[in-house]
Design a protein around this ligand. Structure first.
Ligand code: SAM
Length: 245
């Protein structure tokens, strides 16, 4: 058993930076999520971010900042959301906790992580999230999943154009992809602008923020799907990473 360590709350920081703060039920779920991930880390290599404040900043705050710092989403809508390469459930799980009216699919290609997430969802009684095991290159070509999502989230999965090739085919026209990035520069913007033309996407906004506790720089890249993605994309497993657009 892992000894329970309380996460630091600092609600004023959440309020000042995101104009939102978790209520007591949400906070309790964040705390349970933390404990379950620490526990799971003994068996699986889930995350290196395990210190309480680090967990709050880099997993919880960061996951929600990508959503809360854009005006391009309507929080009251009942969105279909997919988190691509979710790993231990980021950014999808904090989003599922904070937005119970959204339906979240947590996609990952690693069976053990999906099994862990299935147990976690049951433990947290999170009824608006479910898991999906598979490669996004395959899922993106499957009629059951292609072009059905309003929102696609993707963090720490690959190069920007690879993320775009995974995310855009899954979105409905009008849907939004959020790329969670650390570094970003003009060259990245130019490369991505070129690549996503073929996928029916355009860069709608780029938001740069400092994380509130350690002042790390984060970038959120918002891509709007403005046209159908050609049937050719996403390409076969491994091709997007071998030859990025
Ligand atoms: N998004 C999480 C985060 O930010 O903490 C996890 C990031 S982890 C570095 C990358 C995850 O993406 C891994 O769990 C891996 O299994 C998954 N992944 C990589 N390529 C994938 C693909 N093509 N389809 C589905 N999952 C993929």
């Amino acid at each position: 058993m892992t000894a329970s360590v309380s996460l630091p709350q600092n609600l004023d920081i959440w309020q000042n930076t995101l104009k939102w703060q978790p209520n007591s039920d949400e906070w309790q779920q964040f705390q349970q999520l933390y404990e379950q991930i620490l526990e799971g880390n003994h068996r699986l290599n889930l995350t290196r971010i395990t210190e309480p404040l680090d967990f709050v900043e880099k997993h919880l705050w960061d996951s929600l900042a990508g959503i809360l710092l854009t005006n391009n989403l309507n929080q009251d809508e009942s969105y279909q959301v997919i988190d691509i390469g979710t790993g231990a459930g980021f950014p999808g799980l904090p989003v599922a906790i904070a937005f119970p009216q959204w339906q979240i699919t947590l996609l990952d290609s690693t069976r053990k992580k999906i099994q862990f997430l299935d147990e976690l969802l049951e433990h947290l009684s999170l009824s608006n999230a479910k898991t999906l095991l598979g490669r996004s290159e395959v899922i993106g070509q499957d009629k059951q999943y292609r072009a059905i999502y309003d929102l696609a989230l993707i963090r720490a999965v690959g190069e920007p154009s690879v993320c775009a090739e995974y995310a855009l085919p899954l979105l409905k026209i009008g849907g939004l992809a959020v790329l969670y990035r650390g570094h970003w520069n003009e060259e990245d913007t130019a490369k991505l602008t070129q690549g996503i033309l073929k996928l029916g996407g355009k860069i709608e906004a780029i938001k740069t923020v400092k994380t509130p506790w350690t002042e790390g720089t984060r970038h959120f890249i918002y891509l709007r799907k403005i046209d159908k993605t050609l049937a050719y994309y996403p390409r076969a497993v491994g091709i997007p990473t071998q030859t990025p657009l």
